[in-house]
Design a protein around this ligand. Structure first.
Ligand code: ADP
Length: 184
């Protein structure tokens, strides 16, 4: 998609949007949609090392994102491993796109952006402010609400809601049956 105010200005720029996306939320999708509008090409890079114990495998996370972004022709979803700036260079990306939520994101992101600039001054980190309704939305919050059987339908795309419920159902320990209740 082209920037209509300044045609051609960001058209040729590829940006990489990295994260763990375990799973993708509407906060991520908001950044992806806006990023796809701002840059010529957006590569959503799913980190293989999503913490110690991701709920979804890297290929499942890619699959969920691909389904949710099916209507965005200039968005590609892939996995990455190792140094982000190296991956960005390999992809011909000049920009690393990050989403910023509450102030709590700031210090960590600042540190990462400065470290990446030192490693690769030719790759610029750019931040997009979250939309107000996604200020406190994170993958871990969504998983927590889903585990407690709360409604996550306004927090994640529909395909993620379905797969998350399935996954938690499989993971959940079978509740005690009636026959195991004392005195029954
Ligand atoms: P988390 O597990 O904390 O949700 P990810 O590593 O998957 O985070 O996030 C990838 C990128 O998306 C990061 O730049 C993060 O700041 C951004 N992001 C995550 N959630 C939101 C949100 N609700 N609004 C805006 N940006 C977000």
């Amino acid at each position: 998609m082209m920037n209509e105010a300044h045609p051609g200005y960001t058209e040729g720029i590829t940006a990489v949007y990295p994260g763990s996306f375990d799973p993708a939320t509407n906060g991520h999708l908001d950044i992806i949609r806006r990023g796809a509008g701002a840059f010529g090409r957006l590569i959503v890079a799913v980190g293989i090392n999503a913490g110690k114990n991701p709920l979804f495998s890297a290929s499942e996370r890619v699959q969920l994102l691909s389904e949710a972004c099916a209507d965005l022709p200039n968005v590609a979803i892939t996995t990455f491993d190792g140094l982000l700036v190296k991956f960005a260079r390999q992809q011909g990306a000049k920009v690393i796109l990050k989403g910023l939520r509450a102030v709590s994101d700031f210090e960590y992101e600042f540190q990462m952006a400065l470290a990446n600039r030192r490693l690769a001054p030719d790759v610029e980190t750019m931040f997009m402010m979250t939309s107000a309704e996604h200020l406190y939305l994170s993958s871990s919050l969504v998983k927590e609400i889903a585990r407690l059987q709360g409604d996550i339908s306004v927090l994640v795309p529909e395909n993620v809601e379905v797969r998350l419920k399935e996954r938690l159902l499989v993971q959940s320990v079978a509740p005690l049956g009636k026959s195991e209740e004392p005195g029954v």
